[in-house]
Design a protein around this ligand. Sequence first.
Ligand code: AMP
Ligand code: GLY
Length: 424
Amino acid sequence: MKLLVIGRGGREHAFVWKLAQSNKITRLYAAPGSPGMAQYAECVDISDSDLNGLADFAQREGIDISVIGPEAPLADGIVDIFTERGLVVFGPTQAAAQIEADKDFALELMHKYDIPTGAYETFVDAETARERLREWQHPLYLKVSGLAAGKGAIYCETLQDSYKTVDEVMVQRAFGASGDKLVAMELLEGEEASIFGFSDGKNIVCVVPSQDHKTIGEGDVGLNTGGMGAYAPAPVVTPELFDDIVQRIMKRTVHALSQEDRPYKGILYGGIIVTADGPKVIEFNCRMGDPETQVVLPLIKTDFVDIIEAVCNGSVADLDIELDNRAATCVVMASGGYPEAYDTGFPISGIDRAEAPGDVIVFHAGTGRKDGQLVTNGGRVIGVTAIGDTIKSSIDRAYGAVGKIDFDNAYCRRDIGHRALTNV
Ligand code: AMP
Ligand code: GLY
């Protein structure tokens, strides 16, 4: 089979790494890919926003399945475009991807189908928003309804903070059209977990729960980032809680989307908070999480092509995913300054020494080549994933590997996995 992976981050590197282990694959392409992916796939210089260009390529090359990594092309309807052209594609349609691309839609759906989440209210103009927010208990979260690259959820401690956010989003339009609708959401308290399920529109199979570390600072302080590290399994999700999440959240959501004539095919990502009152959804995403993918895929033993085919041809009910019962930790090494301004172009050394087949894998998130040399080329530069018999050993092994890799201004959090250690 010929597969094409669309995207260029650490998540897509993990996809390509996992697919390259399948003996069903004869050719593997990545668009646009990365220097990391080039180890296993032929990188094609087409942007992940050039939807027709990607479809042209898939047709020309006779690609059997195209696998979409990021949310933006899904929200823009890449699956609909590929399907119209008779191409097989792994991911939800534009209508189903609204579960991430429109938070107002997602919350309305959850409330309609009794899927556990928080109270919410949606505003379409600043004046009504200010008036209504006076009735809301603070702190709360204000969220732009559209896509915002992980920056669209704003914590508002007081009514004054809410007013300021309403002004930024609805008057100054800091998020453009993504802020056309602003959603107030009740603050949910508890530990977070990411749950990924593979759905064919009727059934869903969920895999090992993971946990991300959103903020730049140790102890979970400072600005939000795309994610500074992850680990799996997340002990906060006990086996009982996992079953509950699968039944009352993941399965119910697949059923709800099917009822609404938006059958969901692809990866459904439940962003969960384990509250005193049980697990609740803070958001859904229409794709896998990054960096969580970098710890979840290495713990899946089943051929990734088998999983993708089951989703595409509607046989998830028969899908049995075999998991590795060890643990994985990923530490992100970022450019100093990220998530604010940072410099790029610094040579990266030591990846060869850090990698250990089967135990330590280095995924590229933002690297490039300059005169043949591997250099930094993004905020999050690499994800260093290690497998161990326990979370503790995977954490120690990941930091051991991080210590062997070097580039100017490298920054990583030193406390990835800290919650797992207090939860065990
Ligand atoms: P999001 O952009 O929706 O992924 O939200 C970013 C982060 O904001 C999440 O990872 C949570 O830490 C936090 N968050 C979002 N919504 C809520 C909520 N309703 N209650 C508590 N925390 C939230
Ligand atoms: N790691 C969070 C996300 O991918 O949205």
